[in-house]
Design a protein around this ligand. Structure first.
Ligand code: ZN
Ligand code: FE
Length: 241
């Protein structure tokens, strides 16, 4: 079962993700925060849109939904817990649910912390994790607490090492600066910092990354306890780097 996955830059630093199950050609877009770039991508691919998958309710992840549905059709899947503040859902998902994109199976992981109803969608090869886990960072605790985010990051950390982490924003460069203040001697982090610098100089995306990479270098995923995560998150919130 193979997926083809492409990122679609939206707004100033958001990523929507295009996902195709290669065995059936069934396609999804994850978190279309803006319609125009996603529509242009779909027209270029000459493909339809079977599903729109939503990780959470924030406008920069859902604002393109209505326009895309009007042009391409498709069904919308998102968290049951946030159905009242998401676009109308054709499929309401909760932690532990299975989701099938054509023949490709995914598991829904409840990942509260950034928002109460946040979910991640984990295929065998890729996880779409919205604003829960970023490369070298995690989402702000806007509706949840550090204990919830710690549990969410722990669940994501348990995915296979090679799982590609497809997150909602290109925040890596500023995350690197903060991460180096937490773990200045972490060799994996220092190597990643070099890689990120090289990628950004030529305007490349720094994602997807992998679960193994984040386990090795992401200070939020490495916090070890909810209390430590709370400290690191508070320090990042006031970090001016
Ligand atoms: Zn968000
Ligand atoms: Fe966001």
């Amino acid at each position: 079962m193979t997926l083809t996955v492409k990122l679609i830059p939206c707004l100033s630093d958001n990523y929507a993700w295009w996902v195709r199950d290669d065995s059936t050609g069934i396609c999804a877009v994850v978190d279309p925060g803006e319609a125009a770039p996603v529509a242009a991508f779909l027209r270029e691919q000459g493909c339809g849109l079977d599903w729109i998958l939503l990780t959470h309710h924030h406008g920069d992840h859902i604002a393109g939904v209505a326009e895309l549905l009007a042009e391409f059709g498709g069904k919308v899947a998102g968290a049951a817990a946030d159905a009242h503040r998401l676009p109308p859902l054709d499929l309401a998902l909760a932690d532990g649910d299975d989701f099938l994109l054509g023949a490709a199976a995914a598991r829904v992981i409840g990942t509260p912390g950034h928002t109460r109803g946040h979910i991640a969608i984990a295929f065998a090869s890729h996880v779409f994790c919205g604003d829960t886990l970023f490369s070298l960072g995690c989402g702000r605790l806007l509706e949840g607490d550090a204990a919830e985010m710690f549990a969410s990051l722990t669940a994501l950390a348990a995915l296979p090492d090679a799982t590609l982490v497809c997150c909602g924003h290109e925040y890596t460069e500023s995350n690197v600066r903060f991460a180096l203040t937490v773990e200045p001697d972490n060799e994996a982090l220092r190597a990643r910092a070099e890689e990120v610098r090289a990628q950004r100089v030529v305007g490349m995306a720094t994602v997807p990354t992998t679960i193994a990479q984040e386990r090795a270098a992401n200070p939020f995923m490495r916090a070890g306890s909810a209390a430590r995560l709370a400290e690191i998150r508070a320090a990042k919130d006031s970090f001016r780097g």
